[in-house]
Design a protein around this ligand. Structure first.
Ligand code: C2E
Ligand code: CA
Ligand code: CA
Length: 275
């Protein structure tokens, strides 16, 4: 029995070693990826139900790993945050996305995700200023998406950064609304320009009365605050119809379009590429 126990522990130790090594390998690859140009941005349209047209596109980061293939941001962004790479990566995303969006038709906005960790970068505001200046994209056309965890950590400092960003003329959206803890008080603490209803509610809108009730309540809230409410993760025409019936202003999801490479999005937006 004693030997068995030892064997089991040994096995556990070995498994831990392997997990640690796999993580280290991914970490090393991630450190190289930026310099090696392995990152790409895909863009997913935001579609206005009011005017029936594309009003913006959200930049979504992709890592094309030479061996692993496409790695999901859900897998590498937390790691990038942990190893202190998120600021460099976030800056690349901002510059690249602004440069791309500057070529889109005027009214089409660009949405960029900001990680809470980027708020610990004291250059964040000047990075945004410089990305806008370098690209020529008007500040009004940039929407920065944050989650409520930004307001959960270091509230005073982050709040002042948010106000500085807003003073530039960029818009601030609350992402993944409804998944956190005390979303309502956050809406009071900062003048957000947009609320994005998390896709978990939209997924269940047709067969879960509670999900529908919550969506209705958030749409009411957005209307009372006078801001746009976007429903994320719309995959079917039935979901779209229900959201339209409820007075939702904007949707995003596979039903309109999956995230696509920059060139495909530019073609969809009718951008004429000169050779
Ligand atoms: P998010 O900001 O909530 O982005 C929406 C996610 O939902 C994207 O996943 C998108 O591909 C996916 N999606 C869109 N429509 C549908 C749909 O109809 N059905 C389903 N099932 N999914 C849909 P993605 O691209 O894998 O990104 C995951 C998360 O990674 C993002 O969630 C965001 O939190 C983070 N992320 C992506 N790009 C960046 C970035 O440049 N910077 C930072 N900090 N985070 C990023
Ligand atoms: Ca987002
Ligand atoms: Ca979201």
């Amino acid at each position: 029995a004693k030997a068995d126990g030892k064997g089991a522990f040994h096995f556990f130790e070995q498994a831990m070693d392997e997990a640690l090594q796999a993580r280290r390998a991914l970490e090393l690859d991630l450190r190289l990826a930026l310099a090696e140009g392995q990152f790409e941005l895909y863009y997913q349209p935001l579609y206005s139900l009011g005017v029936d047209q594309v009003t913006g596109c959200e930049a979504l980061l992709r890592w094309r790993h030479p061996v692993r293939g496409m790695v999901s941001p859900a897998d590498f962004i937390p790691l990038a945050e942990e190893i202190g790479l998120i600021n460099a990566l976030g800056e690349w995303v901002l510059r690249e996305a602004c440069r791309e969006a500057a070529g889109w038709p005027q009214p089409v906005r660009l949405a960029v995700n900001l990680s809470p960790a980027q708020f610990r970068d004291r250059h964040l505001v000047s990075t945004v200023v410089s990305a806008l200046a370098a690209s020529g994209l008007a500040a009004e056309r940039l929407e920065l998406e944050i989650t409520e965890s930004v307001l959960l950590q270091d509230t005073a400092g982050n709040m002042s950064i948010l106000h500085d960003l807003k003073a530039l003329g960029v818009r601030i959206s609350m992402d993944d609304f409804g998944t956190g803890y005390s979303s309502l008080s956050y809406l009071r603490s900062f003048p957000f320009d947009k609320i994005k209803i998390d896709q978990t509610f939209v997924r269940d809108i047709l067969d879960d009365a509670d999900a529908l009730a919550i969506i209705k309540a958030v749409l009411d809230l957005g209307a009372s605050l006078g801001i746009t409410t976007t429903a994320e993760g719309v995959e079917s025409v039935e979901q779209l119809d229900e959201l339209r019936r409820q007075g939702c202003g904007e949707i995003q999801g596979y039903f309109i379009s999956r995230p696509k490479p920059a060139a495909e999005i530019a073609a969809m937006l009718g951008v004429v590429v000169e050779n």
